[in-house]
Design a protein around this ligand. Structure first.
Ligand SMILES: Cc1cc2nc3c(=O)[nH]c(=O)nc-3n(C[C@H](O)[C@H](O)[C@H](O)COP(=O)(O)OP(=O)(O)OC[C@H]3O[C@@H](n4cnc5c(N)ncnc54)[C@H](O)[C@@H]3O)c2cc1C
Length: 419
């Protein structure tokens, strides 16, 4: 039985006079959130803020400073400094009363409704939010594993990996070669690898103009392809070459010691090799039995796990339907889940779920493009309703305005997440 106000009221008059009992005999309902990234930080903040102290919220996140992946390509391009994309948890604790625990969740006991921390402590919950982001599929790029990440960085989790990649690009020899091994679908941030190519090209065209970029890609096509290809031609003519699956882009292995990429039998040498492997839901979601294949299926109306009605899974870790794996999507999903959780644990009114996403990308200075859509739940999935995308050939003023819009979005969404 779930202990919430509705079930207590439904049990009759005796229950009306009895105090509510929640997880581990606690007076208030308890929500535990695993992962203080785009989805988890938003969920923790919205539940705490909108329940006005009626729900006890604990956020479990190992890092003290979260570096966003969104805008990390702009850091690689030299448009942002690392401190501009780092966010701490102080306000979530001081302004919203969230109990922030800097530790790893190492297990979820779904029967006991507890989360285990590294030190062995068990944290009880009435509802659990799981937003652990992504991990990499072992063996998806033969020759690469996590022990190679300091030689061939993925830079697909924020922070030190992003800094390493930028440092490697800055240290490239004159006329050197940057190689990206792009990921197969589905993966975090569909335009992310191609915005990265643009930002690497921007850096190199200024500091190392005879350098070259090779992208090996297992996909036939990719997000905003026409816009990126137009931009690469206009700004960086001849610098970027892409090998798709027709020419071996899906048959790739690497040798980290030799700094080579084997593309369908052809050995390519690189000075910087950025390997972005195939992705799956963060390990804790897998370990807790919340996944089917690589991702955690969720109900489209409230982001509850299809495996457990007391757990909501958010963001990149989910399979939910049409939404891309983005920070904007995770933030939007977190608000729907927060509303549903407050409805289940207090008297809060629950509104019909609506979702939105926009992904902006920067191709060169002031050359911003975007793609976005709104979504609604159907019986099967979160389904796209209406979409929009920038067009090729747009004038410079519109592209500049699109970039400025993305700056406003970043400021707004990070304060929506971290307070
Ligand atoms: C290069 C790049 C560019 C991008 N650009 C954009 C963009 O322009 N716009 C956009 O909307 N999105 C963008 N994204 C995507 C965006 O970063 C992700 O979609 C978003 O961060 C997903 O949120 P999340 O909550 O699912 O995961 P995350 O934000 O990754 O958060 C997961 C958190 O969980 C923590 N965690 C993991 N396991 C545990 C555990 N066991 N215990 C406790 N904590 C745990 C991690 O430390 C992490 O902080 C980009 C991504 C990349 C890589």
């Amino acid at each position: 039985m779930r202990f919430n106000r509705r079930t207590v009221l439904a049990t009759g008059a005796a229950a009306l006079t009895a105090p509510m009992v929640h997880a581990a005999g606690h007076g208030k309902p308890r929500v535990v959130v695993i992962g203080g990234g785009a989805g988890g930080a938003t969920a923790a903040r919205y539940i705490a803020k909108d329940s006005d102290g009626a729900i006890d919220v604990t956020l479990i996140e190992p890092t003290r400073k979260y570096y966003t992946c969104f805008f990390s390509n702009l850091y690689i391009g030299g448009f942002k400094e690392i401190d501009e994309i780092g966010h701490t948890y102080g306000k979530l604790a001081s302004d919203y009363g969230i109990n922030v625990i800097h530790d790893w969740a190492v297990g979820i006991d779904r029967d006991a409704k507890t989360v285990r921390l590294t030190g062995g402590q068990d944290i009880p919950y009435d509802r659990l939010v799981v937003s652990p982001g992504i991990d990499f599929v072992e063996g998806s790029v033969p020759g690469w594993d996590l022990s190679a990440q300091n030689t061939m960085p993925h830079a697909y989790k924020g922070g030190s990996q992003t800094q390493l990649l930028r440092a490697q690009i800055e240290a490239m020899p004159e006329g050197g070669r940057f190689i990206m091994v792009a990921p197969p679908n589905p993966y975090r941030c569909p335009p992310g690898p191609y915005e990265r190519v643009s930002m690497v090209a921007w850096q190199l065209s200024r500091n190392n103009p005879t350098a070259k970029i090779l992208v090996v890609d297992p996909k036939e096509s990719f997000s905003k392809q026409a816009l990126f290809e137009e931009g690469w031609q206009t700004h960086y003519g001849g610098m970027v070459e892409r090998i798709g699956p027709d020419f071996g882009g899906q048959n790739v292995s690497v040798d980290a010691a030799a700094m080579t990429v084997d593309v369908d039998g052809s050995i390519e040498e690189g000075d910087v090799i950025n390997v972005i492997p195939a992705m799956k839901a963060g390990q804790i979601a897998q370990d807790a039995g919340l996944t089917e294949g690589n991702w955690a299926p969720v109900n489209p109306t409230d982001m509850t796990s299809k495996m457990d009605e007391n757990i909501h899974v958010l963001g990149d870790a989910t399979s939910q339907g049409d939404m891309p794996k983005s920070g904007f999507s995770a933030n939007s999903q977190a608000k729907v889940a927060s509303n549903a959780i407050r409805g289940a644990l207090t008297d809060a009114r629950v509104f019909p779920a609506k979702y939105a996403n926009t992904c902006w990308s920067l191709i060169a200075e002031n050359d911003g493009v975007k793609v976005g859509a709104t979504y609604e739940p159907t019986d099967e999935k979160i389904a796209k309703v209406d979409g929009f995308v920038s067009q090729t050939g747009e004038d410079a003023a519109l592209r500049k305005a699109t970039y400025e819009e993305s700056e406003g979005w970043y400021a707004g969404i990070t304060s929506d997440m971290f307070g």
